[in-house]
Design a protein around this ligand. Sequence first.
Ligand code: NAD
Length: 374
Amino acid sequence: MSENQSRRSFLQNLGVGLGTTAAAFAVPSVMAVPEVAPPKDDKKLGVALVGLGSYAKNQLAVALENAKNCYLAAIVTGSPAKAEEWTKKYNLPKESVYNYQNFDEIAKNKAVDIIYVVLPNSMHPEFVIRAAKAGKHVMCEKPMANSVAECDAMIKACKDAGVQLGVGYRLHFEPFTQEVMRIGQKKEKGNVRFMQTNFGFTIGDPTQWRLKKAMAGGGPLMDVGIYCVQASRYVTGEEPLWVTAQFGPITDKERFKDVEESVSWQMEFPGGAMVNGFTSYKSNIEQLYVSADKGWLQLGPAYSYGPIKGRSNEGEMKLPVVHHQTVMMEAICKEMIETGKFPKHIDGDEGKRDMKILMAIYEAAQTGKRISLV
Ligand code: NAD
């Protein structure tokens, strides 16, 4: 879907059924789904984007244009050309444009409430910690970092600075995802017994940072396999007990010198659910299949920008199609304006829980052992 189409479907669907959907999600869980509705007052939070790459430009900046309660207040970029382009497009004052060296001066910028880090994974810890030291609330893209120790350092820095930390788990705000969370966690179809979850795409440019372990932390598991790990956790509302895993074959030696080409894993959850996961930089796939005692659910496409489609044993799921990043930013800022906090279910601890599992999957694949997570 093109960006224009995606924006069109967002605008067409904005507000349609959101109240009803949200009301159905009062799940008393860490991942209970937030309500998405216009804020009570017209206060808008200022957001600074750090790193003006593809996700910042094509998704987050669009969300900040559309959202009712936040806007693009500053940019941080290493590229003077991008600084000029964005300054013009968003009518930004010169003093709201930073580079990676003078970034810390953002502390003095009263227009900035939230700093959103959209850099390659290995750069997340440094910029989250610097943002916290600047006294700003911080959003960080997934995966939160490349290790559990880095997640700990980021969580501590934000706690010490008294600022909020959130991870950009956009699907927590997406109606089809919220529906599978609700059905799974409320056991509406009984106990979940089995889940099949996969996400992969064919990666292009062999020189990009996603193929460098030092920057990406790993291959498709860090980039998109994380969505599958998330799905198994948000459908069950539980944490896995153990994981086994296997790397797939390397069929492209040029691209996959440094990171895995694909990996499969298996996990058991406390309620008895078994999960098969798979992620790849060589297969175009994105499916979630959930089998429970009294029925089944399926999302496909399940994880990309959509439109996400869902079916169950009761038929097609009819839910609003939204622009993921817009509803995410609106929900986060609404909670921030009303309570002074980010939604709990996307906090730094949530990012760290995924990181623990991703690291265990790598360890299991490398050692051939079953890795306990309890
Ligand atoms: P990208 O390569 O398009 O952008 C990265 C940006 O970082 C560029 O502007 C680049 O100039 C800048 N950068 C600064 N220093 C760099 C360096 N040393 N090497 C490479 N780039 C450097 O990547 P992206 O797709 O925008 O991803 C950025 C982050 O967003 C990643 O953490 C990624 O996982 C995440 N992301 C999330 C989603 C989502 O749906 N939540 C989707 C895409 C990407």
